[in-house]
Design a protein around this ligand. Structure first.
Ligand code: SAM
Length: 255
């Protein structure tokens, strides 16, 4: 196994990769903020390469320049609200949400080039005008975004990093929750989905100790069932096939 993130196009290989995570993999030399995976998978198809060169620059956020006071104006036409999806993989959920909510702007974060190429083909095919992209570590985007500029952040089946010594690589940490709280509007939401019970418990534990968030669940079905109109992702389908029940956590910003 490598320390690579899964290939959204090669699901089985990705799962095996995580299952056999190397005990000898170095903890150092691979640190890039909150992203520890690989950026490239198989060779892109010709049209995908073309979209990476032509469409991605039009949709990509340049976080090298200062953030605008109002992120909504970065969409054309301007949108009513802005949401973020972190690590969208093949983009199924992000594309469905963007289609369902044309007046909301969506920022998709995915450092994995093959995932980025895939969503570009969906955006082109469906003519979606309300998705912007950041091809890097979501922690960098969160650090750049203006305060109270985002209404909802989705994190769906993030890389699980099951070995204890790799838990610090998980996206959910005190620092990332703090970063999310800074950019979320009051009562904004952080939504988290996972089929790995240990990561769900980890996230709930971090949410509980965060002064900024409250878990909204009132009954078991609130986390056992997907929220209405949830679009299953590739990783979600794989979990279902293999008999793993996902948890659907909605946390509200309370500060
Ligand atoms: C296990 S996959 C899940 C993909 C998708 N959400 C799904 O459910 O099918 C996790 C994804 O998160 C991306 N990722 C990992 N660290 C990230 C980070 N710091 N910022 C943004 N994306 C990240 C990986 O490249 C990978 O595509």
């Amino acid at each position: 196994m490598t320390d690579s993130a899964p290939d959204p196009d090669d699901h089985d290989a990705a799962s095996e990769a995580f299952a056999g995570e190397s005990e000898t993999a170095p903890d150092d030399g691979f640190y890039r903020g909150s992203f520890f995976g690989r950026r490239k998978g198989h060779k892109l198809r010709l049209h995908q390469t073309d979209l990476m060169a032509t469409l991605l620059p039009r949709l990509a956020f340049d976080i090298g320049s200062p953030a605008p006071a109002d992120l909504r104006t970065r969409f054309d036409p301007a949108v009513e609200a802005v949401r973020v999806e972190i690590g969208f993989g093949g983009g199924e959920h992000l594309v469905a949400e963007a289609q369902a909510h044309p007046h909301v702007g969506f920022i998709g974060c995915e450092p994995y080039i093959n995932g980025m190429a895939k969503i570009l083909t969906h955006i082109e095919e469906r003519g979606l005008g309300n998705i912007r992209l950041y091809a890097g570590d979501a922690a960098e985007l969160l650090a750049w975004a203006p305060p109270q500029s985002i209404t909802r952040i989705d994190l769906i089946h993030p890389d699980p990093w099951p070995k204890r010594r790799h838990w610090k690589r998980r996206f959910v940490q005190d620092a990332t929750l703090e970063a999310m709280a800074r950019v979320l509007v009051s009562s904004g939401e952080f939504r988290f989905v996972h089929d790995i019970p240990d990561y769900v418990a980890w996230t709930l534990w971090h949410l509980q100790r965060s002064p900024d968030f409250a878990w909204t669940a009132e009954r078991a079905d609130d986390w056992r069932q997907p929220w209405p109109n949830y679009t299953m992702t590739r990783y979600g389908r794989k979990a279902t096939r293999e008999g793993r029940q996902a948890a659907y956590v909605i946390a509200r910003k309370i500060t």
